[in-house]
Design a protein around this ligand. Structure first.
Ligand code: PLP
Length: 259
């Protein structure tokens, strides 16, 4: 039997199963890679929002990472909710010098506006985590948090990408889904520029979109795809998952991985 590529997510748990570690592992299963997880935080969460969040000790995060990497090995890593400056620093330290691609989803707040990252952690994200990223995947709220740039149009996305690249990731994927019109993303390494467009889908059940996209990119990279190809395939995957998103609970339901 052929051994599948192995992908590690370093992220928080969503008890409702729509985002976080749960979305990551579902994406990886759907894309044919072996998913593994380093849990950073536990959230009590459902379709209405985040009711509580508890972060794991730095030692627990480090130990999970060492267990996976020292024995099983990884072909790509994805980071999501990291909660605090201490965890951002710890994870950045673990990933510094890793030979495999690292996808950083700089998770800031949930769709409901619940904070998933302390404001005091932003300096560590900019100064320690983004420099170890192969691809950083901020949405426009995260761009504003990290760079102070309020993006309103595609030229703003270009300026945002330059500012994000200034923190050191090899590629920036600026997700313009929060703008009006088509869902347009910009992928650039400062030289090549790839605009990815998908029609806006009329479905409010989009919980887990960002986690899913970043995990799909990491899965593609683990399979050996180039960054532009991995991002293109990931965008197709997340577009299908949003189209199939369904109502659960009384609020915003999850994207679907079974389409
Ligand atoms: N909960 C956890 C644990 C997450 O990691 C994330 C996003 O990365 C979210 C919630 C937010 O998901 P969404 O913005 O799709 O609601």
């Amino acid at each position: 039997m052929q051994i599948p590529p192995r992908v590690l997510t370093v992220a928080g748990s969503d008890s409702g199963g729509g985002a976080g570690i749960q979305a990551d592992l579902k994406t990886m299963l759907a894309l044919g890679v072996h998913g593994m997880s380093v849990l950073t935080a536990v959230t009590a969460q459902n379709s209405r929002g985040v009711q509580g969040a508890w972060e794991l000790p730095v030692e627990a995060v480090t130990a999970q990472y060492r267990s996976v990497v020292d024995d099983i090995g990884v072909q790509a890593v994805k980071t999501g909710m990291l909660s605090s400056a201490a965890l951002v620093s710890t994870v950045a330290g673990l990933l510094a010098g890793t030979p495999v691609p690292v996808v950083v989803d700089p998770v800031g707040v949930s769709k409901h506006g619940d904070p998933l990252l302390a404001a005091s952690a932003l300096d560590s994200v900019r100064g320690e985590l983004l420099p170890v990223a192969t691809v950083a995947t901020p949405n426009l709220d995260e761009v504003a948090q990290l760079t102070g740039i309020e993006v309103r149009d595609e030229s703003g996305m270009r300026r945002a990408a330059d500012a994000v690249l200034g923190f050191g990731p090899r590629w920036a994927l600026i997700k313009g889904g929060h703008l009006e019109g088509d869902a347009v993303d910009l992928l650039t390494d400062g030289t090549a520029e790839h605009w990815l467009r998908a029609p806006r889908l009329d479905n409010r059940h989009t919980h887990g979109t960002g986690c899913t996209l970043a995990s799909a990119v990491a899965s593609g990279l683990a399979k050996g795809l180039s960054v532009p190809d991995a991002v293109r395939e990931a965008k197709e995957y997340v577009t299908g998952a949003i189209a199939a998103g369904f109502a659960l609970g009384s609020g915003i339901g999850p994207v679907d991985h079974g389409w």
